[in-house]
Design a protein around this ligand. Structure first.
Ligand SMILES: Cc1cc2nc3c(=O)[nH]c(=O)nc-3n(C[C@H](O)[C@H](O)[C@H](O)COP(=O)(O)O)c2cc1C
Length: 344
């Protein structure tokens, strides 16, 4: 197996077998819901339905970008896609760079549409690649080949700084993103990979026709740690350790971006590990909640396992809504149901 293929499978092995979660937290522990002892609604009537960029979803959940490119990636994507179809959720594939470089890698991405023709599906490429030869045409191909409803461009400057093969010239990307966001026939969205997005950047992106932002904040999967474990060079390993907890936590990034951009499509991901935290993210202004790490291990086993984990999340979210008297997501998001915890 060469270069990029080997790297893809190494990432999966490391995430499955090593400790790659940040030691810092997401910040959601600083918020609590106001308990309604008399919710005045029927739990059975709590409705998780929503729409995102015009797509109807049965719950505000996104299976976040993880993989593709190898045989293992194909199985994982198939299991995730079958679960997304079964449950009516949105899904994003992992970086498609590998399939632009190697046609043989395509089936591990196209499998998603084969098994889930109707889900809201998002493609994924690194924004940095616009400084290393990637063109609008490549982005269009990536979207067309998997029949994506939108394309995520990911920002991963920390990961690239630690990877021995990393691409670190991030100069001038904002304007390149503007150009492609204007020209691509489907919406361009952006995401971090676990270090969060500052509100000033979110605003600059929204002004450049980006149509959705996943803050992917700190408190969950640490890409510095993952790359540190791949690194053989002691200097890179130390760099990874020093920056393993770097970033803006998910709650803070979400709250600040929401304050800056009322009404703008925002996704919260990064360290969301149960439906109660998902409910907090939604109450604090997220339109969708994204999950990556909690779904990898189940997806490596099978579709049923993914469905089970997602259904548990949905049950927890439903109970949080019930206990705050929120029949709908609009209720959860417009009534004063959540407060900051003051620790004396
Ligand atoms: C195994 C794995 C592979 C990932 N690959 C990608 C990727 O190719 N592109 C991307 O934008 N994000 C990628 N991510 C980042 C996730 O989409 C997400 O932003 C991040 O892991 C934070 O969410 P989490 O704490 O729930 O894992 C990957 C995450 C994991 C765990």
């Amino acid at each position: 197996m060469d270069g990029i293929h080997k790297r893809k499978d190494e990432h999966i092995d490391i995430v499955l077998n090593e400790q790659v979660t940040m030691s810092r937290t997401t910040g959601f522990e600083n918020f609590e819901f106001i308990h309604q002892a008399l919710p005045e609604i029927n739990l059975a009537d709590v409705c998780l339905k929503t729409t995102f960029l015009g797509h109807r979803l049965s719950a505000p959940l996104l299976i976040s970008s993880m993989t593709g490119g190898t045989e293992r990636g194909r199985d994982i994507n198939r299991h995730l896609a079958e679960a997304a179809r079964e449950l009516g959720l949105a899904m994003a594939v992992g970086s498609q760079r590998i399939m632009l470089e190697d046609v043989a890698a395509r089936p591990s991405f196209t499998v998603v549409r084969e098994v889930a023709p109707d889900i809201a599906l998002f493609g994924n490429l690194g924004a940095i690649q616009f400084n290393y030869g990637m063109s609008l045409r490549n982005l269009e191909d990536a979207a067309t080949i998997i029949r994506a409803d939108g394309m995520f461009l990911h920002f991963n400057p920390l990961q690239e700084s630690i990877q021995p093969e990393g691409n670190t010239n991030f100069a001038g990307l904002l304007e390149k993103i503007h150009q492609v966001a204007r020209a691509l026939p489907v919406p361009v969205l952006v995401k971090e990979v676990g270090c969060g997005i500052a509100p000033e950047l979110a605003q600059q992106l929204a002004e450049r026709r980006v149509q959705g932002i996943d803050v992917s904040g700190a408190g969950g999967t640490s890409w510095a740690s993952i790359e540190g474990m791949r690194a053989t060079d002691p200097s890179a390993r130390r760099l990874a350790q020093v920056f393993s907890d770097w970033g803006i936590d998910t709650a803070r990034s979400l709250i600040l971006c929401r304050r800056r951009l009322p009404g703008f499509p925002l996704i919260a991901s990064g360290g969301i590990r149960n439906g109660l935290d998902a409910a907090k993210a939604l109450a604090l202004g997220a339109n969708l909640v994204g999950l990556a790490y909690p779904l990898l291990e189940p997806a490596a086993r099978g579709t049923k396992e993914v469905i089970r984990v997602l259904q548990q999340f949905m049950t927890e979210l439903r109970v949080a809504m019930f206990l705050t008297g929120s029949k709908t997501l609009v209720d959860l998001q417009t009534r004063p149901v959540i407060r900051k915890v003051f620790r004396g």
